[in-house]
Write a protein that binds this ligand. Structure first.
Ligand code: PEP
Ligand code: MG
Length: 918
């Protein structure tokens, strides 16, 4: 039997069953007929009023793309299908008495706005136009239909822009002194059609094609070719749609919504796509064709008003909408036409919706019994959950700002959320102004721990340098502060208190208002109105997350350093703290002096005295965290960063000392600064990220990690005595050799025991390690014998596995690796060909082949050596949906992420489990 290239909508379901050997599932039908074709087949099969149609398959498109010819048998089958439509309608293609007119549309598996639009009224020529005039009783209408056809065909099929034709129409309207198309005179329309044909001939050297079959053949080719158009390719690349899917072609009998008062055209959703409310939502335009709605010249009525104008049609349409939603079990986006009082359905597809609507619709459909809770959880994309947790810019206002040219820079989308405020370059100034209630955006070359209070008092943060795991990015995400980082297209000048946009030279000065979109990585000049969100009020989201928890097997913890972050994370559903970065407590102004003295100490006695001062401050914060988590595990990571981070920046000191040597050589200030510089110099390292940090610092600085462990266990014991349940877990960072772990663990376990003895209470506790250094992962068997848990610190593990400095790579070369390196060659359309080295940013989404391999291997070998080993992840990847899926598949016990990513992680973990069986 010959290959089937063409399917009639009226028999498609039966024919597909024959082709496939079973009744087609919706997705299977879409693969063959495209989304639009599958929709037409379903609607026709369900007995809905659909103008007779046929669909040429996506596979035919691929064959055509490969050979430049229609595949064998396709054109014959097209003619045969056309014959069937002629029978069904009683009209004939090209018939000068009763002509069949058709529309031709593309239709890929998923809707692709980058592709070909629709050609309407195909089949018109001078003769069939006369017949159309007679049959409709409206000569003006026939000319209008003809001029629309010439415009669309020239534009879409022949690539002769519609603007040339629109211009002539406008000239005509101006000449006749009218505003709207329908007001143009009959004589005017006639003249316009003649003019259009002349233009076509002048442009192409041949007359406008009058043979309807030739029109059809060219249109089908144009649809096929549009699959390989630059716009379509760009769209597919952006959306990750494979290039070998191809598009189907839908040929459908024309019905006319522009045949008078009782005709019209409409677009409607079965539910409100903005809010998700269960009510028909859409528009209807009387006496119009679809393109008139798009053109926006006349204002359509709300779909509910159709009930007043044509109650019977409204009732029928409502019933059809309900039937379609029930059939597809999802919100539908439908196009329809009313031709002289008769309803025709032209298209149905799953409707696009906002994040809020996606959640509400999924929950409502499950509660109505249309879909299961599992399906509801799978219907919402994790990034949509993310959107609902952060303020965002009013989309229209943002669009307007972009159109005004106010989008001044784009960089890394480090922390979602939208913020507007006055630019401030100094963290201390930001803290002051923020404290006075002023909205400020802190702009820095990069941030350091000292800047944290200023960051937290700001509405958002923008940095010139740094990547997705830079200090600014991590703090912003942890504090729900909108953040854009690594913005190398600006130059921050702290001296002159301004930043310059390199491309335009525009200077943005202190106090100037800017807006940043941390979810998109965009920086705008001026203020953009912001929409606030409130988690507690989002009852549908809370419900959906509850369902997600029923399905997921992967735990979700949070990275939280301070009590209020821990409380927030718990409200979001965190099941413990997977990472408490204790160094943040060291920046507490109350501990600051003692921390510096501890580093500067020249004797054990001096150091111990400083540590004794630091202890109660640490302990107080730990108590707050245990209280917030009441009964849930809390992993306290011992101090990790290099010590110089707690001291003034070296460059600044050098400058100050040089100045003071000239201006005040005998001052006390100079001798203090010189002493500080000496210490800073002694701590200075070429590669501090690979230097004296993590457990190495714990080993080298006597008493430091002992103090932290004492503070932690004192807090645990004292909370326990107050009736708070505690699960204390101590994590030793940056281990590369088992002996480091053995040494630290033994020392700290002794402290823990001692404290519990002193306090007269035992608390549940564990000692474990971070896996951040490849050598640790490679020697998991040894390390697991001395650890009760592993937690993958994938920020460092990525840095060290790739050999990419996490603070520099994204700003220097990594984004070029992802966008593609210019090869110096160009494609057929003259666009530069880029060679992509990395498909995605490994600091954002876990690199499964490399870093992931270490994670998998280390987990397996660690568990083999120690079957009770608990394994989690606490790098930034713990909040990334794709990485969460990987963690689930590898069998980790939990992921840990910043508080505002906890809901996203809950959904992503549930989806990973639900998709496991598929
Ligand atoms: C990590 O390296 O993944 C980690 C969580 O530690 P930090 O980011 O604090 O170095
Ligand atoms: Mg680390």
């Amino acid at each position: 039997m010959a290959k089937k290239w063409v399917y009639l909508s009226s028999t498609a379901e039966k024919d597909l069953t024959k082709t496939l050997g079973h009744k087609p599932a919706l997705d299977e039908a879409k693969v063959i007929l495209g989304g639009k074709g599958a929709g037409l087949a379903t609607m026709t099969g369900a007995g809905l009023p659909v103008p007779p149609a046929f669909t040429i398959t996506t596979e035919a498109c691929i064959k055509y793309m490969n050979s430049g010819e229609f595949p064998e048998g396709m054109w014959d089958q097209t003619l045969e299908a056309l014959g069937e439509i002629e029978k069904q309608t009683g009209k004939n293609f090209g018939d000068p008495k009763n002509p069949l007119l058709v529309s031709v549309r593309s239709g890929a598996r998923v809707s692709m706005p980058g592709m070909m639009d629709t050609v309407l009224n195909l089949g018109l020529n001078d003769e069939t136009r006369v017949a159309l005039a007679k049959l409709s009783g409206d000569e003006w209408f026939s000319y209008d239909a003809y001029r629309r056809f010439i415009t669309m065909f020239s534009d879409i099929v022949m690539d002769y822009s519609r603007e040339h034709f629109e211009e002539k129409l406008q000239e005509l309207k101006d000449k006749e002194g009218v505003k709207l198309d329908p007001e143009v005179s009959l004589e005017g329309m006639k003249g316009l059609v003649a003019e259009y044909k002349r233009m076509y001939k002048d442009h192409f050297g041949t007359g406008f094609p009058t043979d309807p079959l030739e029109q059809l053949r060219l249109s089908i080719k144009a649809v096929f070719n549009s699959w390989s158009g630059a716009r379509a390719i760009a769209y597919r690349e952006h959306e990750g749609i494979p290039h070998d899917w191809g598009t189907a072609v839908n040929v459908q009998t024309m019905v006319f919504g522009n045949l008078g008062e009782k005709s019209g055209t409409g677009v409607a959703f079965t539910r409100d796509p903005a809010t998700g409310e269960t009510e028909l939502y859409g528009e209807y335009l009387e006496n119009a064709q679809g393109e008139d709605v798009v053109a926006g010249i006349r204002t359509p009525m709300k779909i509910a008003q159709l009930n007043e104008v044509m109650p019977d049609i409204y009732k029928q349409f409502s019933a059809v909408a309900k039937q379609l939603e029930d059939h597809y079990r999802d919100m539908q986006d439908m196009e329809f036409t009313v031709e002289q009082g008769k309803l025709w359905m032209l298209q149905t597809r799953t409707g696009k919706r906002t994040a809020a609507a996606a959640v509400k619709i999924a929950v409502d459909l499950a509660q109505e019994g249309t879909i299961s809770k599992e399906e509801a959880v799978l219907r919402v994309r994790p990034h949509e959950v993310d959107q609902l947790l952060h303020p965002f810019f009013d989309p229209q206002e943002k669009q307007k700002a972009a159109e005004r040219g106010d989008l001044i820079a784009e960089a890394l989308n480090a922390s979602p959320g939208a913020a507007t405020g006055g630019v401030v370059f100094d963290a201390e100034e930001a803290r002051k102004l923020g404290g006075e209630g002023k909205a400020v955006i802190l702009v820095r070359p990069e941030t350091a721990p000292d800047d944290v209070p200023g960051m937290l008092a700001s509405k958002g943060v923008l940095t010139q340098h740094g990547g997705m795991t830079s200090h600014a990015a991590v703090v912003a995400r942890g504090s729900n502060l909108p953040g854009v980082v690594g913005c190398e297209s600006i130059r921050v000048d702290l001296q002159r208190k301004q930043f310059t946009v390199q491309a335009t030279g525009r200077a943005v000065k202190e106090g100037d208002i800017i807006s940043i979109d941390g979810g998109a990585g965009e920086v705008f000049w001026g203020a953009i109105p912001t929409v606030e969100v409130d988690y507690e009020k989002q009852t549908d989201l809370v419900e959906l997350l509850g369902w997600a928890d029923e399905f997921r097997t992967l735990g979700v913890r949070t990275n939280a350093d301070l009590p209020h972050d821990a409380r927030r994370a718990r409200e979001f559903g965190a099941e413990g703290i997977g990472l408490c970065r204790t160094e943040h407590m060291f920046f507490d102004p109350r501990a600051r002096d003692a921390v510096v003295r501890m580093i500067l100490a020249e004797t054990d006695g001096e150091r111990q005295a400083a540590l004794t001062e630091m202890l109660p401050i640490q302990e107080k914060d730990f108590e707050g965290v245990f209280e917030a988590m009441d009964g849930l595990p809390v992993i306290m990571r011992l101090i990790d960063p290099p010590m110089h981070e707690f001291l003034p920046p070296r460059e600044e000191l050098i400058e100050e000392v040089a100045k003071l040597r000239c201006t005040d050589p005998k001052s006390k200030e100079l001798s203090e600064k010189e002493k500080m510089l000496q210490v800073v110099n002694s701590l200075w390292e070429v590669n501090p990220m690979m230097g004296l940090r993590g457990c190495r610092a714990g080993i080298m600085y006597k008493g430091l990690t002992e103090m932290q462990t004492r503070a932690y266990f004192q807090a645990a014991c004292r909370c326990s005595k107050r009736g708070i349940k505690v699960k204390a877990e101590v994590m030793i960072p940056l281990v590369c050799h088992v002996n480091e772990l053995r040494l630290e663990r033994e020392k700290l376990e002794a402290v823990a025991k001692q404290v519990m003895k002193e306090e007269g209470v035992e608390v549940e506790h564990m000692f474990g390690t971070m896996i951040e250094v490849p050598r640790a992962a490679l020697t998991a068997t040894e390390i697991a014998k001395h650890a009760q848990f592993f937690s993958f610190g994938t920020n460092d593990l990525t840095q060290m596995t790739f050999g990419f400095s996490r603070d520099d790579a994204e700003g220097k070369f990594l984004l070029t690796y992802i966008e593609g390196v210019d090869t110096g060659e160009t494609d057929q359309e003259g666009n530069p060909i880029r060679f992509q080295i990395l498909a995605q940013n490994p600091f954002q989404t876990l690199d499964q082949e490399g870093v992931g391999r270490l994670v998998r291997m280390c987990t397996q070998e660690g568990r083999a050596a120690n079957p009770d080993l608990e394994v989690g992840i606490c790098g930034e990847h713990g909040g990334d949906p794709a990485s969460i899926k990987f963690c689930h598949d590898v069998g980790l016990n939990y992921v840990s992420c910043s508080p505002y990513r906890v809901p996203v992680a809950r959904i992503a973990a549930a989806q990973a489990k639900l998709l496991e069986s598929k």
